[in-house]
Design a protein around this ligand. Structure first.
Ligand code: NIG
Ligand code: FE
Length: 383
């Protein structure tokens, strides 16, 4: 068992109850977890000492929503949108064609490269969805690739109805043979509940079947317009309702009452020119929020949590501290994890030393690479 002490932390954002942010701090990591937190002057001896030289230290980001396993890109679609075209869910089929044509080796190489991108920008826990296969063999393959990279894998066979299928027949496949083959590789079940994808009945059928197979529900909801997705998430006790771009007052109240985490994905609004949801409105109502990248080739091809934090501050009305909380502790809540997203005693030793004196710089200096060093536990995700 080796221990590492981090000395001279200018600002430690650990979210510990007594002092969520502390200055002049020190930290000891031992056996892969946080073993001691206090003033740097009282730092106990350790096998190795890292001098933070006044930099800020934050928990590693918890990215609770990504689609990292895919091939090809959709840069032309992005260009068209920036010129005024609207986003439509059907673009998913373009990526499905490219993904089906790529083999396991290529998909693994691509996903591993994207994971390295996330990691270099401070993410130490990541959720990865399937959803660009849309047939049993490819969906299973995507989940096998994903499960080598993270334990937080999500079966999203119900991403869109593939060409040549009716919605009913495809939902039968997703909840039958495909679920049977995919469930062993997944922790979560997800569905894109939206006009152009799956309606409320189909989404309920998919999530209920997933729950019966031992998976836990989460949902893509209320992304392109008002709809039933958020209410369905609350009804089923889902861990998270992600997107939440268009919310009625009743949706906000249901999120607050149910404790379902609202996943905000500002990269999507950036890349689709949809209006940003109001983060302040959610916090004021007592809704728990997470920020995630939604890294995917259609609506948000960014792997950068700092970029998403900056957008959430500028466009969603969050303070820099609230945005960081949503990108760390909020992401952990979205994944029902208590061991990540904070730096209290016993938390996993997953942290980022920033090249900045304060976490505020994540939003204050957008686009600037501020990750000085990422420390993760040996037993953390294979990041
Ligand atoms: O989270 N909303 C559905 N799925 C993705 C987009 C998929 C795509 O356009 O490729 C999302 O935004
Ligand atoms: Fe998504």
């Amino acid at each position: 068992m080796t221990s590492v002490a981090i000395a001279n932390i200018g600002e430690l954002v650990g979210w510990a109850d007594d002092r969520p942010v502390r200055h002049g701090a020190g930290l000891v990591l031992s056996d892969g977890v946080v073993a001691w937190v206090g003033d740097t002057a009282d730092l106990p001896a350790a096998d190795e000492v890292v001098d933070a030289e006044g930099r800020a230290v934050i928990p590693g980001f918890v990215d609770s929503h990504t689609h990292l396993v895919f091939a090809g890109d959709r840069a032309q679609e992005f260009t068209a949108r920036m010129a005024g075209e609207r986003y439509a869910a059907g673009g998913i089929r373009t990526t499905v064609a490219a993904t089906r044509a790529a083999g396991e080796e290529e998909l693994t190489r691509l996903a591993t490269g994207r994971l390295a991108e996330l990691r270099s920008q401070g993410t130490t826990t990541v959720e990865i969805k399937s959803g660009y296969g849309l047939d049993t063999d490819t969906e299973e393959l995507l989940l096998r690739v994903a499960s080598r990279l993270t334990p937080e894998t999500t079966f999203l066979g119900a991403h869109v109805v593939p060409e040549g299928w009716t919605a009913d027949a495809y939902v039968d496949l997703v909840t039958g043979e495909m679920l049977e083959r995919c469930a062993p590789h997944a922790r979560w079940i997800d569905v894109f509940c939206e006009t152009g994808a799956f309606d409320a009945d189909a989404a309920r059928t998919v999530l209920t079947a997933g729950i019966a197979a031992g998976l836990q529900p989460r949902i893509h909801a209320n992304q392109l317009g008002h709809g039933p997705g958020v209410q369905l998430a609350c009804e089923l006790g889902a861990a998270a309702a992600d997107h939440c771009t268009y919310l009625s007052d009743a949706d906000v109240a249901a999120l607050a009452d149910s404790g379902v985490v609202a996943g905000l994905l500002p990269g999507v609004e950036f890349s689709t020119r949809h209006p940003y949801p109001d983060g302040r409105r959610l916090l004021a109502a007592g809704v728990r929020i997470a920020i995630a990248t939604d890294c995917n080739p259609g609506t948000s091809y960014t792997s950068s949590m700092p970029f998403c934090i900056a957008l959430a501050v500028r466009e969603m009305g969050l303070t820099p501290t609230e945005a960081l909380h949503a990108a760390t502790a909020g992401g952990a809540a979205s994944l029902r994890r208590t061991d990540v997203g904070h730096l209290g005693i016993g938390a996993r030793a997953d942290l980022v030393i920033l090249d900045a004196p304060s976490h505020v710089h994540l939003a204050y200096r957008p686009g600037v690479p501020l990750v000085h060093r990422v420390i993760t536990t040996p037993h953390s995700d294979k990041l």
